[in-house]
Design a protein around this ligand. Structure first.
Ligand SMILES: Cc1cc2nc3c(=O)[nH]c(=O)nc-3n(C[C@H](O)[C@H](O)[C@H](O)COP(=O)(O)O)c2cc1C
Length: 398
C-alpha cells in the first residue's frame, strides 16, 4: 500500500495506522509531502513502516532505484491521509508539482482519501467543488469526522480515527491480499525427536524457520492453517493453529487429524528412523561395558502418506528435499517415489540452510525442467510458494 501524507496535524495518527497495517501483514510505503515532514518525521515513518520513505521527485538515487511511476503502480491501493485542502485541490485539478501529487496523477490504482482540515476550509465552496470533481474521478473519500479540530474550532474537519481508516483499507485490500480465503492448509515444520531413553533422543538440525514462515504466509493469504510442529525454539506464527508434537508417529497422527485439507506442505525434517526400543529408564554408562547398540526401525512416511492417502488426498501436496548429492536428480526421484505434486529442493551439503536466514530453492513441479529460484530469505521463499499455490488452486493468475 502507498500512503501519501499531507501536511495536517493528523499526520501523527498515521504512525499508529502504519503500525496496525503492518500487524495485518500489509507492506506500506510512505510518501510525505514537504509540509507533512514538518509535522511527522520521515525517520519515524521509516521506523514504523520498515521501508524507505520517498519524499523527493528529483532524487537521483530514488529515481534510479524505484522510479516515481513504478512507485505509484506497484501498490494495490493509494491512501491519502491526512488529505489536506491543498492536496485535494491539487488532485481535483491534476497538478503534479511534487512527488506526492505526481504519484497521485500517475497512479492506475484505487485512491482513498481521508480529509482533515479546519471546518471552514472544509465548508469553503472551493473545497466543495474539488470534492465533487474527485467523486466524479472515482476517488473514495472517508470522513472527515465532526468534533474538535486541532485548530480549536468545532465542526466537520477531524480526520477519521486510525481504526476506522484501517477497517476501510482492509475492506479494500483483503480480496487482493487474501487469495486463499476459505482454503484449508496443513503445514509440517521442524525436526522430530525420537527418544532413546527418557533423556536422550535422535534428531536433526531443522530449525522450523522455513515451515513456520510458510504457515504464516498461508494464513496471511487467508488460508485456515494447521501447523504441526516438531520441537523448535521459535515462536508459534500468528493466526495459525499450532499443534506441537515430538516424534514422527505423533506428527503423522496430528496430520491425519487435520484432514481434510486442500493443501499440504511438508517442510518438517521427519526422522526416517527411530530406535526400535525406548528404554523406560536412563541407560547407564557402566565402567568397562560396551556402548549400547541402537537398533533403528523405519518411521511412517508422512509426505507419501498424504500424497497417497486413500480417502483424503489434498488437492496439492508439496514436499521439501534436503539433499547433499545431485540435487535435481534426487528431487525428481523423491517426487516420483512419494507421489507428491511439487518438491522444493535445497542443497544442505555446505551446512548453510538449517537455521539460516536464507535459502536457495530448486523448484520442481512436474516432469518439465526444474526452476532454480534465486537465493531468498525464508519469508520470501514462503511468499513465492504461496503465490504458486494460489495460482495452482485457480485463486490467482499463474
Ligand atoms: C500546524 C499546522 C497544521 C496544519 N493542519 C492542516 C490540516 O489539518 N489540514 C489542512 O488542509 N492544512 C493544514 N495545514 C496547512 C497545510 O500544511 C498547508 O496548506 C500546506 O501547504 C499543505 O501542503 P501539502 O498539501 O503539500 O501537504 C496545517 C499547517 C500547520 C502549520
Amino acid at each position: 500500500m502507498l500512503l501519501v501524507l499531507g501536511g495536517g496535524i493528523a499526520a501523527y495518527k498515521c504512525l499508529e495506522l502504519v503500525r496496525r497495517l503492518k500487524e495485518h501483514g500489509i507492506a506500506v510505503r510512505c510518501v510525505p509531502t514537504a509540509a507533512a515532514e514538518k509535522l511527522v518525521s520521515p525517520l519515524a515513518l521509516a521506523a514504523v513502516s520498515g521501508e524507505k520513505v520517498y519524499d523527493s521527485l528529483f532524487s537521483l538515487t530514488d529515481e534510479a532505484e524505484m522510479g516515481h511511476i513504478r512507485l505509484s503502480r506497484e501498490a494495490d491501493l493509494v491512501v491519502v491521509a491526512p488529505a489536506t485542502a491543498d492536496l485535494l485541490a491539487k488532485m481535483a485539478n491534476g497538478l503534479a508539482d511534487d512527488l506526492a501529487s505526481t504519484l497521485l496523477l500517475a497512479t492506475d490504482k484505487p485512491v482513498l482519501a481521508a480529509p482533515a482540515m479546519n471546518p471552514r476550509m472544509w465548508a469553503h465552496p472551493a473545497t466543495r467543488r474539488n470534492l465533487e470533481r474527485l467523486a466524479a474521478d472515482g476517488i473514495a473519500i472517508l470522513g472527515p469526522a465532526v468534533g474538535d479540530t486541532a485548530c480549536g474550532e468545532v465542526g466537520a474537519g477531524r480526520m477519521v480515527e486510525p481504526a476506522e481508516l484501517l477497517a476501510a483499507i482492509l475492506a479494500r485490500l483483503e480480496p487482493a491480499c487474501r487469495p486463499l480465503e476459505g482454503v484449508r492448509a496443513l503445514v509440517t515444520s521442524g525436526p522430530t525427536h525420537e527418544p532413546i531413553d527418557p533423556v536422550r533422543f535422535v534428531a536433526n538440525r531443522s530449525s522450523g524457520r522455513q515451515g513456520h514462515a510458510i504457515a504464516e504466509a498461508l494464513a496471511r493469504a487467508g488460508a485456515s492453517v494447521t501447523l504441526v510442529s516438531g520441537p523448535v525454539a521459535i515462536p508459534d506464527p500468528p493466526g495459525v493453529r499450532t499443534v506441537r508434537v515430538e516424534t514422527a508417529r505423533e506428527m503423522a497422527a496430528a496430520c491425519e487429524a487435520a484432514l481434510p485439507v486442500e493443501v499440504a506442505v511438508c517442510a518438517a525434517a521427519v526422522a526416517d528412523w527411530r530406535p526400535a526400543e525406548v528404554e523406560a529408564t536412563k541407560i547407564k554408562k557402566e565402567a568397562g561395558a560396551a556402548p549400547p547398540l541402537l537398533q533403528l526401525v523405519e518411521n511412517p512416511d508422512i509426505l507419501a502418506g498424504l500424497a497417497r492417502h486413500p480417502t483424503h488426498r489434498p488437492r496439492l501436496v508439496v514436499g521439501f528435499a534436503a539433499e547433499t548429492g545431485a540435487l535435481e536428480a534426487e528431487a525428481r526421484t523423491k517426487r516420483a517415489k512419494k507421489g507428491c505434486d511439487w518438491i522444493l529442493a535445497n542443497d544442505v551439503s555446505r551446512g548453510a540452510v538449517f537455521g539460516a536466514d536464507r535459502n536457495r530453492i530448486l523448484f520442481l513441479s512436474g516432469d518439465g525442467p526444474a526452476e532454480p529460484w534465486p537465493e531468498l530469505s525464508k519469508e520470501e521463499v514462503a511468499a513465492r510458494l504461496v503465490e504458486r499455490i494460489a495460482a495452482a488452486l485457480g485463486r490467482r493468475p499463474a
